[in-house]
Design a protein around this ligand. Structure first.
Ligand SMILES: [Fe+2]
Length: 431
C-alpha cells in the first residue's frame, strides 16, 4: 500500500462542504444566538465529531475514521460559551509529531504505516461517569478527559479492571442504581468472536464480568438493557481476519448471515424469579432495515444499496427469554416511516418508556436536494425532520425545519429540577 503523505484533503464528499474537516481547537465566549435559549437550561452539552487532523494516505477513507474532536457548549442564563479540543489519542499524538497520517484503513492495523499500541480515534461518543468524561469508540478502551479544559488524561482502564480490549460507544446508565452497563465485542482482538459484558458501579468498581462467544464475528454497535436483561443486536456486517491481513475492509455486508439478538441475564443470580412485564417477556425497540445502512461497506460482490432506497423503521421485538424457540418473532412496526437516531428521556433508560424522539425522512414534506447537496458533503441527506412518537397511542408529531435544512440526533433535556449524573451528546457524529 502506498503510504506516502497527502498535503491536502481529497476532493471527496466526506471531506467537502459541511463535512470539510474543522481541525479547530479553542474557545469562544458568548456565542451568537438567533432566537432564545430557555433560561432553565443550565449545563454543558458535550459533542464529539470525527474530524481528521491530517489528510489520509488511503483512498476513499470513510468519515468514520476521523480523529475525535470534542466540543463543550456551556449553557447558562440563555448564553453559551464554547470550547473544542481534540482527544490526544496515540494516533493523534504520533501523527501530529510526524505531520502526516500514519493510520491506514478503518479498523485494519495491517494497513498502518507504523505499529500502534492502540489505534482508536475516540470519535463516536462522549459520556460522563464517576467524575470522568470519557471519549469512546467501540474498538478500544475509552480516553479520559478533563470535563472543563477537555485536556486528555489518557487511556482509561477503570483502574486496571477493564476486562476486554474493547469498550462500547453506547454504554447504558441505570438512573435508579447509578450503574454504567458496558460491553466490548471483538473483545480479545480483531476478528475474535468474543464478547465481554460488564457493569460498573457508581463508585467505579466492576460488578459483573461475563465472557460470551458470538455466533458470528459481526458488528455489535449498540445494545439494550432492562432491569433484568441485556440484549445484543448483531448486525450482519462481518469481519474476517484473513481479509484484514490482505488489506481489506474490516466490515463486509453479509446478506446470508441472520440477524441475531443475544439475550443475557443482567445479573446472574437474580433473573429466574423476576419478570419484565405481565407475561415475563422482553421488549426491544430498535431501527431495522432490510438493506445495508452502512452502504459504504458493501457485500462480497461489491454490491450496496442506493442510499435513498434504504428504509429503516422503528420496530419492537417481543422476546420470551425462557422459550426454547431461538427464532426471532416477527417484529411489530412502531413507526413506519424512514427514521433513525432514536432517543428517550434518559431518566427512563432501562425501563418502560412512552415517548421516543428521532430523525425522520417524511417524503411528503420534501427536501431541496439540488440546493443543499453541494453544501452537504458526506453523501445523501437521509432525514428532513425531527419527530416524536407516543408509543402508547402510536401518534407521531413532526417538526420540519424547512426544505433546505437538515436535522441531527435529538437530545432530550428534562425541564428543571433534575441533575444529570452525566451530561452528554454526540450531535455531530451521526454514528
Ligand atoms: Fe451509534
Amino acid at each position: 500500500m502506498d503510504t506516502r503523505p497527502n498535503s491536502f484533503f481529497p476532493d471527496q464528499p466526506q471531506f467537502s462542504g459541511f463535512m470539510k474537516p474543522c481541525r479547530l481547537e479553542g474557545e469562544i465566549q458568548a456565542l451568537e444566538i438567533h432566537g432564545d435559549i430557555p433560561k432553565d437550561i443550565n449545563g454543558t452539552f458535550y459533542r464529539v465529531m470525527p474530524d481528521p487532523q491530517l489528510p489520509p494516505f488511503i483512498e476513499d477513507d470513510p468519515w468514520f475514521n476521523g480523529d475525535g474532536n470534542i466540543s463543550a457548549f456551556e449553557i447558562k442564563d440563555g448564553s453559551v460559551s464554547f470550547r473544542q479540543r481534540y482527544v490526544r489519542t496515540e494516533k493523534f499524538v504520533r501523527e501530529r509529531e510526524a505531520k502526516r497520517a500514519l493510520i491506514g484503513k478503518y479498523r485494519n492495523k495491517y494497513t498502518d504505516a507504523v505499529d500502534f499500541k492502540v489505534r482508536t480515534t475516540a470519535n463516536t461518543n462522549v459520556v460522563f461517569f464517576n467524575g470522568q468524561l470519557l471519549a469512546v469508540k467501540e474498538d478500544a478502551p475509552p480516553y479520559a478527559l478533563d470535563p472543563i479544559s477537555l485536556e486528555t488524561k489518557g487511556l482509561y482502564d477503570f483502574d486496571g479492571q477493564l476486562p476486554s480490549l474493547t469498550f462500547t460507544a453506547h454504554p447504558k446508565f441505570d438512573p435508579v442504581t447509578g450503574e454504567m452497563i458496558c460491553f466490548g465485542y471483538e473483545a480479545k482482538g480483531d476478528g475474535t468472536p468474543d464478547v465481554c459484558y460488564y457493569n460498573v458501579a457508581p463508585d467505579g468498581k466492576l460488578t459483573e464480568v461475563v465472557w460470551l462467544v458470538a455466533p458470528v464475528v459481526a458488528m455489535i454497535h449498540d445494545f439494550a438493557v432492562t432491569d433484568n436483561w441485556v440484549l445484543f443486536p448483531i448486525i450482519p456486517q462481518v469481519c474476517d481476519i484473513e481479509r484484514l491481513k490482505q488489506g481489506g475492509e474490516h466490515w463486509q455486508w453479509s446478506p446470508q448471515t441472520p440477524f441475531y439478538i443475544g439475550v443475557l441475564p443482567r445479573r446472574g443470580a437474580k433473573t429466574s424469579d423476576v419478570k419484565e412485564d405481565e407475561s415475563g417477556n422482553i421488549h426491544i425497540d430498535l431501527g431495522l432495515s432490510e438493506k445495508n445502512v452502512f452502504f459504504w461497506w458493501p457485500d462480497a460482490k461489491g454490491n450496496a444499496p442506493e442510499p435513498s432506497s434504504i428504509l429503516s423503521q422503528l420496530v419492537r421485538f417481543t422476546i420470551n427469554p425462557r422459550s426454547d424457540d431461538l427464532n426471532l418473532p416477527t417484529p411489530k412496526i412502531l413507526q413506519k416511516d424512514n427514521s433513525e437516531f432514536y432517543r428517550i428521556d434518559d431518566r427512563f433508560a432501562t425501563h418502560r418508556y412512552r415517548h421516543c424522539f428521532f430523525d425522520l425522512m417524511d417524503p411528503s414534506l420534501g427536501k431541496d436536494f439540488a440546493r443543499i447537496g453541494p453544501k452537504l458533503g458526506g453523501g445523501y441527506p437521509l432525514y428532513n425532520s425531527l419527530a416524536h412518537v407516543d408509543i402508547t397511542t402510536g401518534s407521531t408529531d413532526i417538526y420540519f425545519p424547512g426544505k433546505t435544512h437538515m436535522v441531527q440526533e435529538p437530545v432530550f433535556i428534562p425541564r428543571g429540577g433534575f441533575h444529570y449524573r452525566r451530561r452528554w451528546l454526540r450531535l455531530g457524529t451521526g454514528q
